[in-house]
Structures are given as C-alpha cells and as structure tokens.
Ligand binder design. Sequence first.
Ligand SMILES: Nc1ncnc2c1ncn2[C@@H]1O[C@H](COP(=O)(O)OP(=O)(O)OP(=O)(O)O)[C@@H](O)[C@H]1O
Ligand SMILES: [Mg+2]
Length: 372
Amino acid sequence: MPPDIHAVNEYTLNEVTNNQSSVSTRMTVKEYKRIGEGAFGTVVEAVLKYADGTDVHSEWLGPFAIKRVPAQTEYKSRELEILRLVNHPNIVSLRFYFDKASSSSHDKTIYQNLVMECLPSNLQSEIKYYRQSKYTIPYPHMKAYTFQLARAMLYLHGFGISHRDIKPSNILVDPSTVVLKVCDFGSAKKLEPNQPSVSYICSRYYRAPELIVGCSLYSTKIDIWGLGCVVAEMFLGKPIFQGQSPESQLKEISKLLGPPPNTFFFKSNPQYRGNMYTTKLFSCTVEERFRQIFSNSPPDAIDLLLKILVYDPDMRASPRRVLVHPFFNELKKKEFQVYPRGSSEPIQLNLFNFSEFELSLLGSLKDELLAR
Ligand SMILES: Nc1ncnc2c1ncn2[C@@H]1O[C@H](COP(=O)(O)OP(=O)(O)OP(=O)(O)O)[C@@H](O)[C@H]1O
Ligand SMILES: [Mg+2]
C-alpha cells in the first residue's frame, strides 16, 4: 500500500464486474486519495481485492482510479458503453465497474463507479509544471505525446466515436514513461451520418469554430481542432484561444486565422445570427501570423498547426494525415529515445505497435508511416 494514506474508506460489495470477463464477484474496495474533482463527479485512487472466499485472489490489485458519477436512470451510460468497447494503448482502460448507493443517509442517489488504470499526471499539470519553471515540455516529449493523441483519435474515429471534450486535463500522461492515454468519455458519442447532435459540447477554449456558430451536423473533426489547441498550448504554455464568452471565442480564433469566410457560416449553420467578426485584425498573411504567434516553435510544428487549425472541418487534417506529418519523423528513427523528467537514463518508446484495425484505417498511408 502507498504510505500516504488519508481518510481511508473501505467497503465490500457483492457485485463488482470485471470488464474483461464480464463476470461479477464480491470485492473489497479501499479508497485512500482524492485525485480529481470534475463537473460531474469525483475521482479517487483505490485498490481492490477479491472477497469471494477464495484465497488465491487475496492480493490487493491496483492502484486504480475510480470515477464516480450519478448513475443514469433513463438511458444507458455512454461513458461505460464506450469504455467497454475500446481497447487501445492510448486510451485509458476500464478494469472493473459497479453501482453503489451514496454512503450518506440523506442522499439516496445511486452512483456509477468506473475502475480504471491510474496514471500519475495529466497534460494540464505537465504544461503548468514546465511553465512555472519558464520552460516548455521538451520537444521530443511533445512529439511523442502528440503522436499518441493522434493515434487515439485514429482509433476512436475509426468507430465513428467523437470524444467531444478534448483538453489537457482529459489527457492523462505518465512523465516517467512518456505514455499518453485519453480519459473522460463523459461527453463522447458515436456520431451517425445526418443525425444531429448538440453543439454545446467541448470546453470553451477548445471548441471548434463550427460548434461556436451552432453547427449540429458536425463530425469527429471537432476532436482534431481540440488536438490542435492542445499542441499549441504545449508550445505556448497557455491556452491559445482564451475567449471571455462563448461568442468572443470566435474572435480569438480570428486573431490567428483571419475572419471566417462567409461559406463557413453557411455550411456550419445558415441560421447563425451572431457576430461574424468580418474585420481582419492583422495585416500579414495567415502563414506569417502563425510564425509571429509561434515565434519560438520549429517550422515543422507550425506547418502541422497550419493544417489542423482550419475553419472548414473538411479541410482540417484527419488523424492519419496528422500521423504521417514530418513533425514526427524524429520518432521513426531507430535511435530515437527520450529522457523522462529528472532522469539521466534515456528510454525507448513503443509508438508504432499498430494493430490490424489501425493499419486498415491508415489505408494507403500505412507504408509512409511505417517507412523507417
Ligand atoms: N484513470 C485516471 N488516472 C489518473 N487520474 C485520473 C484518471 N481519470 C481521471 N483522472 C483525474 O481526474 C480528473 C477528472 O476526471 P474526468 O475528467 O474523467 O472527470 P469529469 O468529472 O468529467 O471532469 P471534467 O468535468 O473536469 O472534465 C482528470 O482531469 C484527471 O486529472
Ligand atoms: Mg474531465
């Protein structure tokens, strides 16, 4: 057990379901640390052990992260459904799940508990850590993180699933292994062609322009916009588009991309009646503007961002296009290695262990990506 145990909460439940086998058994849960407090729930660190009377299973398993949210009564939880479906090295894995009534006598709510693998940090904390010491995340780490994020998106989008809340705090990382895993599927949804979805999703700074103007037939490309914002934030140390209101978020974007074209409004939402920010706020070209804003960033990173931060979602890079971008060439070199934070021992990363499913999604770009 970790030594820093505070306010331990231990309980035994009759039905804890193992995600892999779908078998429910009696298990003891020991919670010892709060690690996250979100808009919808709480995340605690915990260990679990089998309590079905068989000695073989008496070891504590974990540590895990348990996310607790009020259980849905009317419809099935999309978060559980999606986490049960996915299996990818860059997506947080679900190990167990259970329902449990609140321990408070006044509160009759049933809570859904998702027991996931636990990672020590997230990108928001990492960006903040480096900013405080006036640095950015080292470039090789940024490349490795971005590549893994794009891989998670290739996979998710391959199922038609959009995460719909890409932002640094929903991206878990382990700085000692430079492994990245996307978490928080509380907003995720499988998007069906020609089926409208709500446009008021994603956190403000990371919302794609089509969502800001109220588009309801959007695509998984909204996640790619979020990826672009996350990459920009790793380079700048702070969110790139910090709108003070939902609408002025579009103004912040226009300060980098120029005014949105008229066709953009028509294509996204012909009913949009808000401010169109038609005045150009800089005199140079968009490419020059990117070079001004990202003045300390390498040219290949700027070129990648120019292909991602694009108004028209159809023109915005797809996950497979992101993965083959020259920004990642360094990762392909046989001798590529990274130094984890605070370590003088370099490590090698396993970034190219693509599954058959991923290779099929890469299609004609497969050879380009695997040429080393
Ligand atoms: N598997 C995990 N391992 C480690 N930390 C985690 C894990 N899952 C979540 N966390 C931490 O808990 C925080 C909240 O989790 P999550 O984003 O899933 O909840 P949420 O309530 O939907 O949050 P929000 O509304 O802020 O987006 C995350 O930002 C992360 O720091
Ligand atoms: Mg979250």
